[in-house]
Design a protein around this ligand. Structure first.
Ligand SMILES: Nc1ncnc2c1ncn2[C@@H]1O[C@H](COP(=O)(O)OP(=O)(O)OP(=O)(O)O)[C@@H](O)[C@H]1O
Ligand SMILES: O=C(CO)[C@H](O)[C@H](O)COP(=O)(O)O
Length: 403
């Protein structure tokens, strides 16, 4: 395997490089960018870990705004692979990285090129590409995919500063989660599968209030102000990434309660792109048909406002997709097996695995509704995708030998 030269950009408080001309996003800030100095990563710690083609790291991305359930999703995903996910042993206690036997989850906040003070001085939010170092993100994700360890910076959410880097070794599965995993075309091209969590404004607001008021002591006014301040940049830089995702989990207010403004009951849509290699969309009853199903009755206990599933083909940003929708919430999680038995292409290893996973994490947010259900299903699909990629790589030399 060729040893590539890995460059690290200086992670000082300077504004980083502009989006590439091939980026589909707004170029309006380009004139404001300054050049960052490049220095070879060899001056820092870097190592090439020998790996065969079958071992090559599979890269998955998860994009969402802050407070939209990325950490919860990651906990469900890593649980599918078994083993606990923990921060690097003996490392920075404020590390954002989670490592398990199979997966390493890195948080793209670590590629903020401006620290909290730097952003304040320049008047930019963390969502603004100018506050992030996409060159370094690309170089390091590529290096990991190619089998090289990297010294990844750490953005410390406690201090708001950039801490000394931590060593990340190439895992079997690398998950890059954060605000911009699909923003830069070069990073996008490295992805084996991409997910976008699309939380509607109403729901995002309800979740943020719940967390930031209860757990972080923020006032209602400050939460509203922070959401408003982020919105223009969210619309410009984060939201457009969903068009590139292979799977989108869309979370909306329920349609089962007229004019609901409580935001407790949710309508959740799993939008699955057709034609993605190693990914066969899940379906309800009959693949490709349009189905509406109310499972409440003898086999599924439902209290008001009930549960409604829908499934069917659609288009999303010009792509053919299949959409599975669940509106409402489960009263009894053990009865989920009834719903599971009517879904196909779940990529489970045994009958009832979805229900088992959901029961195992019944205390996670969203376990009684479509957010938990679809996150679990996507986790199983990623395991399947990973296994298929590994199997196809192992088969490739044999096929070549036959020819
Ligand atoms: N499916 C869900 N149903 C209800 N509430 C949820 C759900 N997912 C997340 N939340 C709420 O949102 C909060 C943030 O969730 P989580 O920490 O998973 O998000 P995050 O995107 O990782 O956030 P951040 O990037 O800010 O760390 C949770 O504390 C919870 O209150
Ligand atoms: O959007 C965010 C992460 O998802 C944060 O706002 C960003 O990383 C800045 O963090 P902090 O507020 O801790 O300085």
């Amino acid at each position: 395997m060729a040893v590539s030269t890995i460059y690290a950009l200086s992670s000082t408080s300077s504004i980083s490089t502009p989006p590439k001309p091939h980026s589909p996003f707004s170029q309006k800030h380009i004139l404001l960018f300054t050049t960052t100095t490049k220095k070879p990563l060899s001056s820092r710690r870097s190592a090439l870990i020998s790996c065969s083609a079958e071992d090559k790291t599979v890269v998955i991305s998860l994009a969402a705004d802050s407070g939209c359930g990325k950490s919860t999703f990651m906990r469900r995903l890593t649980s599918v692979f078994g083993g606990a996910a923990e921060p690097p042993r003996g490392g920075n206690p404020d590390s954002n990285t989670l490592i398990s036997d199979t997966t390493t989850v890195i948080c793209l906040d670590d590629y903020h090129s401006l620290d909290r003070t730097g952003r304040k001085e320049k008047g930019v939010t963390a969502l603004d590409p100018r506050a992030n170092d996409f060159d370094l993100m690309y170089e390091q994700v590529k290096a990991l995919k190619d089998g090289s360890a990297v010294d990844k910076p750490i953005y410390n959410h406690v201090s708001g500063l950039l801490d000394p880097p931590e060593l990340i070794k190439p895992p079997k599965i690398l998950v890059i989660e954060g605000l911009h995993p699909m923003y830069d075309e070069r990073v996008r091209d490295l992805l084996d599968f991409s997910i976008y969590l699309d939380i509607s404004n109403e729901v995002k607001f309800a979740w943020k209030i719940q967390r930031d008021m209860a757990e972080r002591g923020h006032s209602l006014e400050s939460i509203k102000a922070s959401i408003e301040a982020r919105k223009p940049d969210f619309d410009a830089y984060i939201d457009p990434q969903k068009q590139f995702a292979d799977a989108v989990i869309e979370v909306l207010p329920t349609q089962l309660i007229p004019d609901d403004n409580e935001g407790k009951v949710l309508r959740v849509r799993l939008i699955m792109k057709e034609g993605v290699k190693f990914f066969n969309p899940v379906y309800l009853f009959d693949e490709g048909s349009t189905i509406s199903w109310i499972p409440c009755g003898r086999k599924l206990t439902c209290s008001y406002p009930g549960i409604k599933f829908s499934y069917g083909p659609d288009t999303y940003y010009g792509h053919e997709v299949s959409v599975l929708e669940m509106d409402g919430q489960f009263d009894r999680l053990d009865e989920l097996i009834y719903v599971e038995s009517h879904l196909s292409n779940l990529s489970t290893k045994f009958y009832g695995e979805v229900t088992q996973q959901m029961l195992k994490h019944s205390d996670f947010p969203g376990s009684n509704n479509g957010t938990g259900l679809f996150q679990t299903i996507v986790g199983l699909k990623i395991r399947d995708l990973f296994e298929q990629i590994v199997a196809s790589r192992a088969a490739a030399p044999l096929e070549a030998a036959k020819v």
